[in-house]
Design a protein around this ligand. Structure first.
Ligand code: ZN
Length: 239
C-alpha cells in the first residue's frame, strides 16, 4: 500500500467513525431536545392553567370598600357629636389593611380621605363598575330620632347580592354584639347601580350614645373589620 492509499483509508476510517458517532449521538440529542421542548410546553401549559385557575377560582378578586359620605356630607351626626363620615372612613381603612394582606384579593377604596363624592354623578358605583370589581361593600352608621334604638343592619338590592349580604351580616352582627336587625332589600343607589354583588352595612346607630361610644373605639372597629374580612373570605371561599 502506498502512502496515499494508506492516508485515504485512514481518512475514510476517521470519516466513518465520525459519521457513526454523529448518527449515534443524533437520536440522543434530538431526544433530549424534544424532551426539553415538551418540558417547555408543559411549563407553558402549567402556567396557562395557573392563569385560568387564577381568574376563575383563585382570584385576584377586585373588592371595593366604600366609606359612606365624606367632605361636605358628614352623614349622620352622633349622640356625642361624632360624624358618620369619620367613622365610616376609619372602619373602612381597617378593612382595607386586612384585605390588603390576602394574596387573592386586590382592594380598592372609593375614598381614602375626607372628600365629597357626588351621589348625583354616581361616583361610587361608577368607580366599581369601571374597575370591573367583583364585590362592593359600602360602610355606614345608622341614625334614628329615638336614641335608645340600637342594632346592626345589612342591605342589598339585586338578587345576586343576597348571599353576600347574609354571610357578611352574620359575621358583623356577631362582632358588634348589637341587636340583629337583619339583612334587608333596599333601593340605595350604590346597591342598585353597581353591576357586581353589592351590600351596604349599617354597623350600628351612632344616635345611640352608648353604641356611639363603643363604635368609636379601636377595639370595636378592629373586631368589625375582622368580621367583614372573614365574611368576604367565606363568600369567596378563600381559606
Ligand atoms: Zn350613611
Amino acid at each position: 500500500m502506498n502512502k496515499r492509499i494508506r492516508f485515504f483509508t485512514f481518512s475514510l476510517l476517521l470519516f466513518l467513525i465520525a459519521v457513526g458517532f454523529i448518527v449515534h449521538q443524533k437520536p440522543f440529542a434530538s431526544h433530549s431536545e424534544s424532551k426539553s421542548q415538551s418540558n417547555k410546553e408543559q411549563l407553558i401549559s402549567n402556567q396557562a392553567d395557573d392563569i385560568s385557575n387564577g381568574e376563575s377560582a383563585e382570584g385576584p378578586y377586585k373588592i371595593v370598600i366604600d366609606p359612606g359620605h365624606g367632605g361636605k356630607d358628614p352623614g349622620s351626626i352622633g349622640a356625642n357629636g361624632s360624624y358618620e363620615k369619620d367613622f365610616t372612613l376609619s372602619l373602612a381603612m381597617e378593612v382595607y389593611h386586612l384585605l390588603e394582606k390576602v394574596p387573592q384579593i386586590e382592594v380598592y377604596m372609593t375614598r381614602d380621605k375626607d372628600i365629597f363624592l357626588s351621589a348625583e354623578a354616581r361616583v361610587r358605583p361608577n368607580f366599581a363598575n369601571d374597575l370591573g370589581a367583583d364585590l362592593f361593600i359600602s360602610i355606614h352608621a345608622n341614625t334614628f330620632t329615638d336614641p335608645s334604638v340600637s342594632g346592626t343592619e345589612s342591605y342589598y338590592y339585586h338578587q345576586n347580592s343576597l348571599s353576600l349580604a347574609n354571610i357578611i351580616h352574620k359575621h358583623v352582627v356577631e362582632a358588634t354584639g348589637f341587636r340583629n336587625r337583619g339583612a334587608k332589600k333596599e333601593n340605595y343607589f350604590v346597591l342598585k347601580d353597581t353591576n357586581m354583588p353589592a351590600i351596604l352595612l349599617e354597623i350600628g346607630y351612632i344616635t345611640n350614645p352608648e353604641d356611639e361610644q363603643t363604635m368609636l373605639t379601636n377595639e370595636f372597629q378592629q373586631a368589625v373589620a375582622k368580621a367583614i374580612n372573614e365574611g368576604i373570605l367565606e363568600y369567596l371561599e378563600i381559606d
